[in-house]
Write a protein that binds this ligand. Structure first.
Ligand code: HEM
Length: 129
């Protein structure tokens, strides 16, 4: 597939679905999501999560204000998150972004995800350099 040179809500949805497809197959990050939402991305728990995340990333990248939640909150109650789990999450996210967007376009997602992951880790008390 040709890499996208522009961010649209449609390709954000593809990016989010591709990312969680990878997450579900990953032994490090997958179990946190499976425990909360189950292992079928088409089930009734995953559907609202996917929509929330499409809104989240569209709000960041397109400024469409479709997300107005508290992104940090659920991460306090999903088990023992560690620095290593965040590293793996970022690795999968970067791989996904690179598979969909041209580098200059994907950079916005990569930069923002790194900053947010750092903020989450600081708030969770698991930040290490
Ligand atoms: C160790 C890495 C992470 C794990 C295991 C993880 C897992 C989860 C889980 C299980 C939920 C709750 C799903 C639900 O009950 O609906 C969630 C929600 C969410 N996560 Fe993460 N997450 C991680 C990192 C991140 C990062 C780095 C970001 C952003 C860059 C992020 C953004 C969000 C957002 C926006 C929500 C929805 C919040 C809301 O309810 O409004 N997560 N995450």
């Amino acid at each position: 597939m040709e890499l996208a040179n522009k961010i649209t809500r449609e390709n954000v949805e593809i990016m989010v679905l591709t990312f969680y497809g990878k997450v579900l197959k990953d032994d490090t990050v997958g179990p946190f999501f499976i425990a909360k939402l189950g292992d079928d991305i088409n089930n009734d728990y995953w559907k609202p999560h996917i929509l929330l995340l499409v809104n989240f990333w569209s709000s960041i990248a397109l400024g469409d204000e479709s997300y107005n939640g508290n992104p940090l909150a659920p991460h306090f109650s999903i088990g023992e998150l560690s620095h290593g789990v965040f590293q793996e999450w970022l690795k999968l996210f970067f791989e996904t972004v690179d598979s969909i967007y041209e580098p200059e376009v994907g950079a916005i997602f990569k930069e923002r995800s790194k900053i947010i992951a750092g903020n989450f880790m600081r708030n969770l008390g698991i930040y290490t350099l």
